[in-house]
Design a protein around this ligand. Structure first.
Ligand code: BDR
Ligand code: CA
Length: 306
């Protein structure tokens, strides 16, 4: 089983990705760090701990990462997309278990040293990972998978920029300058994998507290997308798709090997561009089959506590 550390801003599609990973036999989630984005880093950790409790998982450490972005204070999340609490306003029950006392960077270092084959899966702004890159003496990262960016596709915040990169472009620029093996999962592919109203009905039919919580969050996400991004009531599976790429379970994934950079100048701020060839960097162009089927296959197969 591949060891995975998830760095996330939980977040409705982050929550779907986490649930998928907890049900995916090909991986073992060994740690979770949070960052501000959809909501603030502390709330993202509280949301994550509540979901872990519902899943009956008590041994995955959750460390709170950066509250502020690299060159800008965090100024509120994406309540219009993910709800006031980041998870569709469903009021997840706060849990007694507190987050790990270590800083996110220290937890990443600890787990990267312990698991030399660790995959880091970044589902939010790259603030924590830029801080990691600049911390002297930390373990090298074997493999990084990032949900973020848009290449031939337009952005989802500005004409060019995707939200995770747009929130902290300076951090993304630092991360993409590292020698780490990096796979970027951009809007070009995540916008092709969607959940619709019929999938919500299918989710509602899965027994267990975690699927039930996901089914209560999803309407907020579907409502945001409906009519604005897609003509009908459907939402994109951004973070779950990156999780499946990290798990290595998708068929027919095509990638573009290229050097990846982030534009920082006004007008194009947060735009990802790729050029030339690279042995360490690539972005996912497409896939065969259906990520929705993989998601339901795993969620329906797991026995979730009630
Ligand atoms: C990304 O931005 C966040 O809002 C989502 O959770 C996802 O990680 C999509 O652009
Ligand atoms: Ca996210």
């Amino acid at each position: 089983r591949r060891p995975i550390l998830v760095d996330c801003d939980t977040g409705i599609d982050d929550a779907l990705a986490l649930a998928y990973l907890w049900a995916e036999p090909a991986v073992e989630v060994v740690g979770i760090t949070t960052v501000s984005g959809n909501t603030d880093a502390a709330r993202a950790a509280a949301n994550t701990l509540s979901l872990l409790e519902l899943a009956g998982i008590h041994d995955i450490p959750v460390a709170v990462g950066a509250h502020d972005f690299r060159e800008r204070a965090y100024a509120g999340g994406a309540a219009h997309v993910h709800g006031d609490d980041g998870v569709g306003g469903i009021g997840l029950t706060p849990v007694a278990r507190t987050h790990d006392a270590r800083a996110a960077v220290d937890l990443i270092d600890h787990l990267a040293s312990r698991h030399p084959d660790l995959t880091v899966l970044a589902l939010g702004p790259l603030t924590n990972l830029a801080a990691y890159a600049e911390t002297p003496g930390v373990a090298s990262l074997d493999r990084l998978v990032v949900m973020g960016g848009a290449f031939a596709h337009s952005g989802n915040v500005t004409a060019w920029a995707e939200a995770n990169i747009h929130n902290d472009p300076e951090a993304a620029a630092v991360v993409f300058a590292q020698p780490w093996d990096t796979t970027v999962v951009p809007l070009d592919v995540t916008m092709t994998q969607t959940l619709d109203a019929a999938d919500l009905v299918r989710l509602e039919a899965i027994r267990g507290a975690v699927p039930r919580a996901l089914a209560r969050m999803l309407p907020q996400y579907l409502d945001f997308y409906a009519g604005r991004v897609f003509p009908d009531r459907r939402c994109a599976l951004h973070d779950p798709l990156a999780a499946m790429i990290a798990a290595g379970v998708l068929r027919g994934v095509s990638v573009q090997s290229a050097r990846i950079e982030v534009r920082l100048e006004r007008g194009e701020r947060g735009r990802t561009v790729s050029s030339g060839d690279s042995r360490t960097q690539r972005w996912v162009r497409g896939m065969e089959g259906s990520a929705v089927e993989v998601l339901f296959g795993r969620l329906e197969n797991r026995e979730w506590p009630d």
